[in-house]
Design a protein around this ligand. Sequence first.
Ligand SMILES: [Zn+2]
Length: 486
Amino acid sequence: MSPVPDSWCDLVIRGGTVATAGSSAGCDLGITDGKISQIGGDLRGRRELDARGAYVLPGGIDMHVHLSTSEPPPENQNQGQNNQQEKRIAPGPGKPAVPDWVDDFASGSAAAIAGGVTTFGNMTFPAPGGTLRSAIDRDLELAKTAAVDYVLHPVLMDPTPDALAELQKLARAGHTSLKLFMTSAQFERHADAMIDAVQLAGQHGMLTLIHCEDGALIRFANKRLLADGRGTLADWAASRPVAAEQAAVERAVAICELTGSPIYIVHLSSAAALAAARRGRSRGLPVFVEARPLYLYLTSVALAEPDGGKYIGAPPLRELDDVVALWSGLTDGSVDTLGSDHAPWKLEQKIDESLDVTTARQGVADLETMLPMLFSAGVLTGRLSLARYIALTSTNPAKLFGLFPAKGTIAVGSDADLVVLDPKIRRTINGATMQSKSGYSTYDGTEVSGWPRFTISRGDIVLEDGQVTATPSRGRWLHRAPTTAP
Ligand SMILES: [Zn+2]
């Protein structure tokens, strides 16, 4: 038997349409040592994959997931609603009313791979009284079970001088993002220091992710509902009005303007909030917007279903006009990225009748469904160009989160993180058979065309014939460069 010539690639992907956010062409792709080594031309591989009839796309990048064992912020003087509010944002173990999310880095990775996502970003909450660094260290340990590459976003709940002093060190260590919750009572109590944190983050090349809903307005709306004898899970939409989101986005844009630091609005949900973000961008401000799949396919009508609690996330599902506005944002570029906000629970935990609008379990599983749903409802219907799809799901997040061009494109020298997406694979969504431990999907019963034939992470085939084939714990933490605008 003659040895394989040195000129052969480790892997060749044959006959697909290779597409990036800038161009697409029918050609073969060669991979060597985990990186893309040749695009087009004569190629021979030790192994070859058939991509005929499929697109070869940069792997999906989902910068918004919750997989770690999160812990609640420190107990404080705040009683009642404010306290519940904060526990709800950062649920933790040993809190029977608010148990932990059901996916860890291993099952979350499997869901990512099955859905064509090859890099994810996890929200990393500090332990009570703990530093940001210790939270990062804890999640770096937990994330060793991940099967694809990942980054961690430190969450700032308590902006003490010590915490602010950590930002530069974190940025230098490659953690170039920071997450804030305007919903938190602590945000209002320490607003001056929170604004200082945004400024410092920007000075150190970090992107500040902000959950934009005004906490005081939401607490007021909840109090009024409960006083009226309402406030069950069916009242979720009324408990978090658009006005609270719009006010928070306007304030976040003002914080961006005065600090000069870039901000990234996570899971923007309404037409009014998008208009507020657009006004900031039209003035040249570095305001970036993430859409969440939930708001592209469902309206508040779903919350009125008998088990409507299963759709609960914050912000709540909105109205048809909002859905239309978000789709226009996806196509016209005023939305930059798509993030799943994968925060999975079991169905019985979601629809538990002992919960009300102040204790509802927020979040749904969406890592496995995010990309196929957008391809099916966006690209295949002609609403969204393939180039915009790739920009939203891979290239833009790679740039904003300091990962480009190793991630987010197909170029010689880039990591071979790829999805061979077959538009003819058609499936009816059934959360019970998916990788997440959630056991249900908010899209159960929906017919979706366009699933990965193969998912490839740094040259390894991690999904083949619908089966996750990744070696456990093969994922790596990624040291990030400063944020750049897409
Ligand atoms: Zn989230």
